[in-house]
Design a protein around this ligand. Sequence first.
Ligand code: SF4
Length: 202
Amino acid sequence: MSTTNITILLPAGRLPLAVMSRAHELALGNDLSVYLTNEQNLRLLDVPQDKAPEIRQVFMDMGMQLKAPGRFPLPKVCVGQVNCKLGRINPEEISARMVERFSGREIKPKLKIGVAACMFSCSGATVKDIGVVSAKSGFDLYVGGKAGVQPQAGRRVLKGVDEEELLQAIEKVVDFHQERTSKKQRMARLIDDPDFPYPHEV
Ligand code: SF4
């Protein structure tokens, strides 16, 4: 029997108990595996093709978004000051602002975003296409980081900016990504373009 996967997007890596419970029931009833993705989402594996529409609908009816091409990615976040004494912010909050501001827009695939509440960057913010790190005062913005076969750290392009400046800068970078690539693309390949809005490391 042919199978597929369903990925339920979890803002700031938070799994609502009702979703956990429903996923558990569906996994038991349909012999599915449950996988926690690197981007902090919940993926149901081995979903029979004929059951997939019904299972997708269950989670959409619960108000959850499912991974789909062109959908703005949820930032991967560290646990932040709520559970870590080094944290300067609660990354869940800045993640929610990004979702509120950008979730309606289309993007090309392969854009990853991370938020970290201190320079240790446990969420991998400095190796994401767009990385937000809470600094002593304000936020630092990194662009062009990536993991994979040839990992590279992002370039810090803004230092100590406030939340509105940060969101405006992310918008510019995402606009650039959208305009300059016709298909999936890592930001690392675009940051040396002469028109890239933030050409210098700070
Ligand atoms: S990045 Fe900093 S604040 Fe976040 S979990 Fe790691 S050490 Fe704690």
